[in-house]
Design a binder for this molecule. Structure first.
Ligand SMILES: [Zn+2]
Length: 329
């Protein structure tokens, strides 16, 4: 996926959002899958990158009064420590987003985990606003894992805060506090590592949330696993965005029940692919594949599986010795 190069003067907006959820079992006059969460808070911090340093510039914080899910879901209540009455102190989503978008300018959005941009786009779409963000997005979570030597694992922002001994003087899980903590982790990553290494990792990791980056394929039923694997071959041949023939960076190899590969479109960048052969109720086999623009986690995943394959072959590392946390999302 095309990423954005980082140069002196590049701005970053570290942000976090909270959203309310529909009440289970309650009837709504619309399809709940079109709005799985209604945004109730946006918090953000702006930084400017200059000469190996991240310099704090400005902050943004707003509460939003929900109009669809107007009573706090018990889970949201518990996690965010908000009360129903708090929801009335917000402003309409449209106004909140308009000033947030203005605050962002042409910064790179930075978040913890990849769910916030899609939730933002879902709300924009639902409320008949332009769902194009026109911003690049960087998920800081795998960048943290990379520099903390915890690759392949997903850590909470609180774990990252503990890792760097950052003061915990605010309660977690308000958008404003979590944006603040995420920003502090971002600063620490720069302080503890060579800025050129950090820049190189984040330059290749930001994505364009307006372009689909994740594609899947489910193959037809087959009588054996090998034939099932074969059905996914065509799915891996061409770029799902431009249809150009993909170059092979790491040739497909199979380890245990999964086949991995790293492919590349000259125009759109590197793609991670994984195919698993599954068995349905009738005992027939079928392939389930994912093809997605590679993230830091994916590079690590495919490289570590390849290393395991080169050492132990198709069967992988003997089971009694494995202690890997198979965090293959
Ligand atoms: Zn392409």
């Amino acid at each position: 996926m095309l990423s954005r190069k980082i140069t002196d003067g590049t701005e970053f907006v570290v942000f976090d959002m909270e959203w309310n959820q529909p009440m289970p079992g309650k009837e709504y006059p619309f399809e709940v899958s079109r709005l799985t969460g209604e945004i109730i808070e946006i918090g953000a911090l702006k930084y400017i990158y200059d000469n190996g340093e991240l310099i704090y510039k400005d902050s943004f914080s707003t509460d939003i009064t929900p109009v669809k899910y107007t009573k706090l879901h018990y889970h949201v209540k518990k996690v965010t420590h908000k009360k129903n009455a708090d929801l009335m102190n917000g402003i309409p989503f449209k106004d909140a987003y308009t000033s947030f978008r203005k605050f962002c300018g042409d910064a790179i959005l930075v978040g913890w985990g990849s769910s916030d941009p899609s939730m933002l786009k879902m709300n924009l779409e639902f409320f008949d606003m332009n769902p194009r963000l026109d911003l690049f997005f960087l998920d800081l979570q795998p960048i943290f894992s990379l520099f903390a030597g915890l690759q392949g694992t997903q850590r909470s922002v609180e774990a990252a805060v503990d890792y760097y001994n950052i003061d915990k003087n605010e309660i977690f899980h308000s958008a404003t506090a979590d944006a603040h903590y995420t920003g502090a982790v971002f600063e620490e990553i720069f302080k503890h590592n060579k800025p050129s290494a950090v820049i190189s990792a984040i330059s290749s990791s930001s994505i364009d949330p307006d372009v689909p980056s994740d594609f899947s394929f489910v193959g037809p039923e087959c009588l054996d696993g090998a034939s099932a694997f074969a059905t996914s071959g065509n799915f891996m041949k061409n770029c799902p965005l431009c249809n150009a023939r993909l170059n092979v960076k790491i040739a497909p190899f199979r380890i245990r029940k999964s086949q991995y590969a790293l492919l590349e479109c000259r125009e759109h960048g590197e793609l991670f692919s994984r195919t698993r052969v599954k068995k349905n109720r009738e005992g027939n086999y079928y392939a389930a594949s994912v093809l997605r623009f590679a993230t830091q986690n994916d590079y690590w995943l495919v490289a570590s599986k390849k290393e395991e394959f080169d050492k132990y072959g198709e069967k992988g590392k003997p089971a009694e010795k494995t202690e890997e946390s198979d965090n293959e999302t």
